[in-house]
Design a protein around this ligand. Structure first.
Ligand code: GLN
Length: 548
């Protein structure tokens, strides 16, 4: 077996300071130094996966090729590294316990007394090693969710500690900490980081590198202070000030030689060049575009109390950005809560200010009529429209109501008694729903679709066969396909067996860009490989903006 190295990334002081981006950036730096790198996320909650959680609670559910419903950080790893990860790269407390209990029931512990310690950490280690083996990784980056000192993640720190004693010299610990600059004091404070470092010590773990997140860069004096109080050398304290774009982070880290430092800790030959050429080219593009494209994103999960939660659609927003940068424009995204359209706080005619409308995925009844009003506006005014999953289903409903004339058209997700169930539950989903089996039972992950020659979808992809990721229970009702196509909406993408509608679009002579996908193309958009459908949409918005 190959000699593998491991880097654990843990959080100190508080959450939400960019541990996921730090982990992705560390992985990226080592990848461009020529190592094979993979990344894992450990979430300390009991949920077996992120699929059953409310988006306003958890943010986006990121779906992998194999259908695993995971945390949005997995999306960052895939985007930074340009790799496809699988379920071995993701674990939660619930998933680990579920497996240990399964093994115990199958007598796999051979009559032993199964205990939280060491059996839970041993299971965690087994999973980490499996992921490293699967990727044949030289270096595996493991992000432990939460903050040190929390009761919930202590068992994962224990696993990390045990892995280090098993592979001495092959394991590094990075603590991503936060240094506040209290406005009345005006000075950057290191004390919380000192406490976090001690808390980490009490779990038997010593940080090798500390990433100092703050609003400003870290000065030498504070580097030295952290060095003294946290038992590391000053050059292993990395300055990580706030940045405008998350894609600047690897470049910033390298200014403080993070990669070189980690290689030293891992006893790997250092002085390998960090080749961030491609990456830097992309980062330049994120700053270059002068022309601004205004995109209205109409959805329902934007509000949580008085806060706006754009994280819920993070992959969609990133995908839009990649395609915009590639076309030298700056995307300006405005989140419009569809409930505001319903209660007229936002008048649908105000959409004329925008160059395109995007409707992302979603579930349930709230805000749906507002979304349908927005789609109608985009269709009638020939404004570029891009609908993802629910966005596509709602476009089919809008068309059925206002073009086909079936006024009560609906999805059976909302109306069981409609006379025109143009969107209906997939047959194989019925038993799951009837038996209350909600976890990991949707149509999930990558499936192939076949595209109609000459269609907008076909032209955008430049191919007649695609593979995209899914997450849905409902579909275009097969009984309505011919009836709807008769009235002019084309189903230009179908599943391999020809049964399920994957893409709906209006022909070019009717509308410049009106397209919806049953799948989620956003999960496959990468900074260095913008997604072709998003690019086609962005180009349509550029054209539209010129016409206005
Ligand atoms: N609620 C719809 C379904 O289950 C769409 C899901 C989604 O947008 N991800 O089919």
């Amino acid at each position: 077996m190959k000699h593998r190295k491991y880097i654990f990334v843990v959080g100190g002081v508080m959450s939400g300071v960019g541990k996921g981006i730090a982990s992705s950036s560390i992985a990226k730096i080592l990848q461009v130094k020529g190592f094979r790198v993979t990344a894992l996320k450990i979430d300390p909650y009991i949920n077996v996966d992120a699929g059953t959680m409310n988006p306003t609670e958890h943010g986006e559910v990121f779906v992998l090729d194999d259908g695993d419903e995971t945390d949005q950080d997995m999306g960052n790893y895939e985007r930074f590294l340009d790799v496809d990860l699988s379920r071995v790269n993701y674990m939660t407390t619930g998933r680990v316990y579920e497996e240990v209990i399964r093994k115990e029931r199958n007598l796999e512990y051979k009559g032993k007394n199964v205990e939280v310690v060491p059996d839970i950490p041993l299971e965690v280690i087994e999973r980490i090693e499996k992921a490293a083996d699967k990727a044949r990784a030289d270096i595996t980056v493991i992000e432990i969710g939460g903050t040190v000192g929390e009761y919930q993640n202590i068992i994962f720190l224990e696993a990390a500690r045990m892995l280090k004693s098993k592979h001495h010299g092959d394991v590094a610990f990075v603590m991503v900490s936060y240094l506040p600059v209290p406005s009345k004091i005006g000075e950057m404070k290191t004390k919380p980081t000192q406490y976090a470092s001690r808390t980490l010590n009490s779990a038997g773990v010593q940080a090798d590198v500390i990433i100092a997140r703050s609003e400003a860069p870290l000065d030498q004096k504070r580097k030295e202070k952290i060095a003294v109080f946290c038992n590391i050398s000053a050059d292993r304290v990395i300055s990580a000030p706030d940045v405008n774009s998350i894609y600047d982070v690897p470049i910033n880290f390298e200014k403080d030689h993070l990669g070189e430092n980690l290689l030293e800790v891992l006893n790997l030959p250092s002085r390998r060049k960090t080749n961030l050429k491609e990456w830097t080219k992309f980062v330049k593009k994120t700053k270059n575009g002068k022309k601004v494209i205004n995109i209205a994103v109409v959805g329902k999960y934007f509000d949580s109390g008085s806060f706006v939660l754009s994280d819920v659609y993070i992959s969609v927003l990133e995908a839009l950005k990649f395609s915009a940068y590639a076309n030298n424009v700056k995307p300006k995204l405005t989140y419009i809560n569809s409930k505001d359209i319903e209660n007229k706080k936002f008048k649908v005619a105000e959409l004329s200010k925008y160059d395109g409308l995007l409707v992302p995925g979603g579930f349930g009844e709230a805000g749906v009529e507002g979304i349908i009003m927005a789609i109608r506006y985009a269709r009638e005014r020939k404004m570029p429209f891009f609908g993802l999953c629910y966005g596509m289903q709602l476009a089919v409903i809008e068309f059925s109501r206002n073009v086909c004339g079936w006024k009560d058209s609906h999805t059976t997700e909302i109306s069981k008694s409609t006379k025109h169930p143009v969107i209906d539950v997939m047959p194989e989903q019925k038993t799951y729903l009837a038996n209350g089996k909600f976890g990991a039972t949707m149509r999930l992950g990558a499936y192939t679709a076949i595209l109609k020659k000459g269609s907008l979808a076909y032209k955008s992809y430049g191919s007649n066969q695609i593979s995209e990721r899914h997450r849905h229970r409902y579909e275009v009702n097969p009984e309505y396909i011919a009836l709807i196509e008769d009235k002019g909406l084309i189903f230009s993408g179908k599943s391999k067996d020809g049964r399920l509608c994957e893409i709906a679009e209006l022909p070019a002579r009717v509308h410049p860009f009106f397209l919806g996908t049953q799948f989620h193309p956003e999960f496959k958009a990468r900074p260095l490989k913008p997604h072709k459908l998003f690019t086609a949409f962005i180009r349509a918005t550029i054209k539209h903006s010129r016409k206005k």
